[in-house]
Write a protein that binds this ligand. Structure first.
Ligand code: F6P
Length: 358
């Protein structure tokens, strides 16, 4: 039922790294807010920067059309935080006051911040500064606490899986080892999910420190069985437990950690197999959202609007099983959801012979 008696005004922004589904979420919040609850909706531009600089657009029917399938974010995004905005002298300055003032200037009842872990922390800061905030969990990393999944993850996993599918045929044709760099600086959800669905042979993730000798063994074992190529998925944040045998020079370990390029050289040297590195990079964040992400982003957005209509704030809307549930921001900000070592995906990897390099 439409609740037009006490119309609210809300702001929406997208913050942090972009991902597929952001526009679907903006559309979900705004459509429900406007057409069901009679709210007025403003979109701040370029993340929290727009809030600090008072740059916004009014979101109405026209702006919301054609958004469901569109990648990126029509509002723009940034990684800037009001409490540490870049200053003219190259340093940073606290612009929280300006953010609060601009929120008040528009008479907002709530600010919807669509973002990942970093965004939840900023939202918490704004909450402590007196603003009504609500967050929606997005990121291809899938590392936001207290939600089963974030939108953006499914699309990115499809992209990474397709990349592995394609790399399979070329690796096999040339009898090479191909190392595939997959995003995920803190967590291995994306690398592990794609490795399982794309049939990688080794998957290195931050949660499971790897050993170079074990990675070499895994590829050597395949070769002994007549498999003349291997795909090694390397999550951005994967780290060696140690470097048994001094395969990587200490200065490299100290300066950069072991990158896929070093790893490729080590594997090539140890096994005499040609190795190549493919970095998927921002391809994983671009393009149209998958149907699963469109659905999730829409559901989260619509739930956000209905919670705001009820007067709720200071929360993140999470998905747990089939349910969309409000979670107090205190339980989300500053937390990370890493892959538990007893997670079914880890067990599946071990049972299917996908080496985690440990
Ligand atoms: O947080 C999402 C993410 O894509 C990470 O996986 C990656 O480490 C980071 O963003 C890259 O950030 P940027 O686009 O700012 O280089």
């Amino acid at each position: 039922m439409a609740q037009r008696s006490k119309a609210k005004t809300i702001g929406v922004l997208t913050s942090g790294g972009d991902c597929p589904g952001l526009n679907a979420a903006i559309r979900g919040v705004a459509k429900a807010a406007i057409s069901t609850y009679g709210m007025e909706v403003f979109g701040f531009l370029d993340g929290f920067t727009g809030l600090v600089e008072n740059r916004f657009i009014r979101l109405a029917d026209h702006e919301l059309s054609g958004l469901l399938t569109l990648g990126g974010t029509i509002l723009g995004t940034s990684r800037h935080k009001p409490q540490r905005m870049p200053g003219p002298d190259g340093g940073t300055r606290d612009m929280t006051g300006a953010a609060v003032e601009n929120y008040r200037r528009l008479n907002l009842d709530c600010l919807v911040c669509i973002g990942g872990g970093g965004t939840a922390k900023v939202a918490m800061h704004l909450k402590k500064s007196g603003l009504n905030v609500l967050t929606l969990p997005k990121t291809i990393d899938n590392d936001v606490a207290e939600t089963d999944v974030t939108f953006g993850f499914d699309s990115a996993m499809s992209i990474a899986t397709e990349a592995l599918d394609r790399l399979h045929t070329t690796a096999s044709s040339h009898q090479r080892i191909i190392l595939v760099d997959i995003m995920g600086h803190n967590t291995g959800w994306l690398a592990l999910g794609a490795s399982l669905s794309g049939g990688a042979d080794v998957c290195l993730i931050p949660e499971v420190p790897y050993r170079l000798d074990r990675v070499i063994e895994a590829v050597a074992r395949r070769r002994e069985k007549g498999r003349r190529f291997s795909l090694v998925a390397v999550a951005e944040g994967a780290r060696p437990a140690d470097d048994k045998g001094g395969l990587v020079p200490d200065e490299v370990l100290d300066a950069t950690g072991v990158t896929s390029t070093h790893l490729a050289a080590v594997l090539e040297g140890a096994l005499g197999m040609e190795s190549r590195v493919t970095t998927l990079g921002h391809v994983q964040r671009g393009g149209i959202p998958s149907p699963t992400d469109r659905l999730l982003a829409t559901q989260l957005g619509v739930k956000a609007a209905s919670l705001i209509a009820e007067g709720s704030h200071g929360i993140m809307v999470a998905i747990k099983g089939e349910e969309l549930v409000p979670i107090p921001l205190e339980q989300v900000a500053g937390k990370k959801r890493t892959v538990p070592l007893d997670h079914p995906w880890i067990q599946t990897a071990r049972l299917i012979g996908l080496s985690l390099g440990d």
